[in-house]
Design a protein around this ligand. Structure first.
Ligand code: NAG
Ligand code: NAG
Ligand code: NAG
Length: 590
């Protein structure tokens, strides 16, 4: 029954508009009940995890039913009531790595129609030199009127535009039209019912897969570009014509017994690839740990051929055993980096673990405070959490406290590629100690970044004081290769773009950035401070009607029907409520 949602589907449209890397996507589905009796009709779609649902509406019998975003506590009562009546209240749940599921249903009278309309928004992040917009389609049957429209507008000009993903394979590929004209790009995907059965993962049930729109923008100045509108600005900074900075990297690898089997095999494979990719001017170290630590070498050494071959031999012989002492292992990695001269180079510490600390220091807060004190803001710490037995929030806050990020590595056949992919993102430091300065700017999002890597992008948004563009002067202070400290001043003639986008996009970018900043800080704060930040985040979520982990959407329905309450899950915890689902589903209700 779960998958009947597009049976009798008259229309299924996905409409994405991208401007300044900010996407707004509207999914419209129109369904008819052709039966002689009323019928429960389900709307069930998958959207990117990083997206924020901003609107949901149902049109039926001349009436409009709107979803309303409320504070979680406020929505909780309705939710609890629904559950106590034995009804499964509506939920948004995580599916796999990149998608989240949105599901609701409504009772449709005989021979009536219903239209569902879901809007979500997402800021695209540049990774490895490109932006990717993922569109997932799985209508569960061929649909007569199926259309995907993507429109991209980038003032800096679009450098390239590609369409990838399972839905671009076989005969389905013929249903794609792509047009690129300087600042604008269009992708149309209008497959016929027959074509909908022909792709790598399509069949009699129609399409099942992704359309991935890949593009990058032109960068004519090293200072990136500023888009300003209605007193707000967004600065995209991604210089590429810089020389790489040699790096000092230490890998701290968990070899506790829980890593046994495929995980440890994939870790070995990934490490060997990564070691091969080190530049000769890089220095590196390798530690494995369980309840004890094991060095390949006690100090960092240069990544010349001989050392790399010897380290690969060490990597081939990593075997699982014992418990997990994260504290001692990370502190040893920090010691190695601290003892290595850093002049003119960029240091990076990478931890890979699949579990919670079980020996040595096991108090999470004490581990975090030890690590923070040892690193003392000198270099970033990246934490890779392998699988779902890790306390991801612990790893995430530890990374954020040390200028890094945490990433989950999903247990799957391609885990070695995920590991390698993450490493590639940080493999080429171009700048360190980046400070973004905005004279005449206020209310800024994060402005300090410990390192900038080739292929990524720094995005800062803020307000222009008194909307005075004349006195507004953006500057970037950073250290580039050979330890030269550079001050870049953005010239107003180049790269400075005036209000060509709608102001709401600027507001949205601000909100998005605010939220990210706030969530980040939330992990690092405690007590009353945390409450204040949470309140601020909630106010923003409510102001812009975003469904976030702090808010819920209450979907009102025709009188007499239950009310759905949609919660956004937090990344991390697993709670299998969906029995009978084949897909791996995890979510938490806060
Ligand atoms: C997408 O939106 C645009 C602008 O509102 C509209 O012209 C176009 O017809 C829509 N496409 C689809 C497939 O709904
Ligand atoms: C940075 O990446 C671009 C391609 O995205 C490449 O052309 C350039 O050589 C890279 N720079 C360095 C220093 O590796
Ligand atoms: C950002 O870095 C500058 C120096 O580069 C420093 O003066 C300032 O305090 C830093 N700000 C924050 C919020 O860390």
């Amino acid at each position: 029954l779960v998958f009947l949602y597009c049976e009798m589907c008259l229309l299924f449209h996905i409409n994405s508009t991208v401007s300044s890397r900010y996407t707004t996507t509207v999914i419209t589905s129109r369904v008819a009940n052709r039966m002689d009796e009323s019928k429960e009709i389900e709307f069930h779609v998958r959207i990117p995890k990083n997206a924020f649902i901003s609107k949901f509406r149902m049109f039926m019998d001349g009436e409009v039913y709107d979803g309303v975003v409320k504070a979680k506590e406020q929505a909780q009562q309705q939710y609890t009531e629904a559950v106590s009546r034995g009804q499964s209240a509506g939920i948004v749940s995580s599916v796999g790595r990149t998608l989240e599921e949105f599901k609701t249903s409504v009772n449709v009278a005989a021979h009536k129609k219903v239209t569902f309309e879901l809007t979500y928004e997402e800021l695209l992040k540049r990774k490895l030199g490109k932006y990717e917009l993922q569109i997932h389609a799985r209508p569960m049957q061929p649909v007569k009127d199926f259309k995907v429209d993507v429109y991209i507008h980038e003032e800096a000009g679009i450098n390239f535009l590609e369409v990838k993903g399972g839905l671009s394979t076989k005969a389905l590929g013929n249903a794609i039209t792509k047009t690129l004209a300087d600042k604008q790009g269009w992708v149309y995907f209008y497959p016929t019912e027959d074509q909908q059965k022909t792709c790598d993962s399509c069949g009699e049930q129609g399409m099942n897969g992704d359309l991935v729109i890949v593009y990058d923008v032109n960068r004519d100045t090293t200072l990136g570009d500023i888009t300003a509108s209605a007193g707000y600005f967004v600065h995209h900074f991604a210089p590429s014509s810089l020389t790489r900075i040699p790096k000092n990297v230490v890998f701290v690898i968990d070899q506790s017994s829980s890593m046994s089997g495929r995980k440890i095999r994939q870790t070995r494979i990934a490490l060997i690839h990564i070691l091969n990719d080190l530049a000769e001017e890089d220095f590196f170290g390798l530690i494995t740990f369980d309840g004890n630590i094991f060095h390949w070498k006690r100090e960092l050494v240069q990544a010349d051929h001989l050392n790399v071959e010897s380290a690969k031999e060490f990597a081939r012989n990593i075997y699982d055993r014992g418990s997990t002492d994260i504290n001692i292992a990370v502190l040893e990695g920090v010691r190695m980096l601290n003892e290595h001269p850093r002049e003119g180079s960029a240091s990076i510490l990478i931890l890979l673990t699949d579990g919670d600390p079980t020996s040595g220091e096991t108090n999470l807060e004490r581990i975090q405070s030890n690590v923070k004190k040892a690193i003392a803001s000198k270099f970033p710490l990246y934490c890779l959490g392998f699988g779902f037995d890790v306390n991801f929030e612990f790893l995430e806050s530890m990374s954020l406290q040390n200028d890094g990020v945490a990433r989950r590595i999903y247990e799957d056949s391609d885990a070695d590629l995920q590991l390698k992919g993450f490493y590639e993102e940080v493999a080429t430091p171009l700048l360190t100690d980046v400070t973004m300065i905005y004279i005449g700017g206020t209310n800024l999002t994060q402005t300090n970044f410990s390192q900038y890597y080739n292929g990524s992008e720094i995005v800062v948004a803020g307000q222009i004081t008194d909307n005075n563009i004349e006195t507004f002067t953006p500057q970037v202070l950073a250290i580039s290769v050979r330890n030269t400290c550079s001050l870049y001043v953005l010239s107003r003639s180049k790269g400075f773009r005036k209000a060509t986008v709608l102001s709401n996009i600027i507001y949205d970018v601000m909100t998005e950035k605010y939220k990210n900043d706030i969530y980040k800080h939330q992990l690092q704060l405690s007590g009353p401070e945390k409450e204040t930040v949470k309140k601020e985040a909630m106010e923003l979520s409510l102001k812009y009607s975003f469904v976030t982990p702090l808010t819920s959407m209450v979907v009102t329905k025709p009188p007499g029907e239950r009310t759905d309450v949609l919660h956004k899950p937090k990344e991390g915890e697993r709670l299998d409520l969906h029995q009978g689902y084949n897909s791996f589903t995890f979510f938490i209700i806060v």
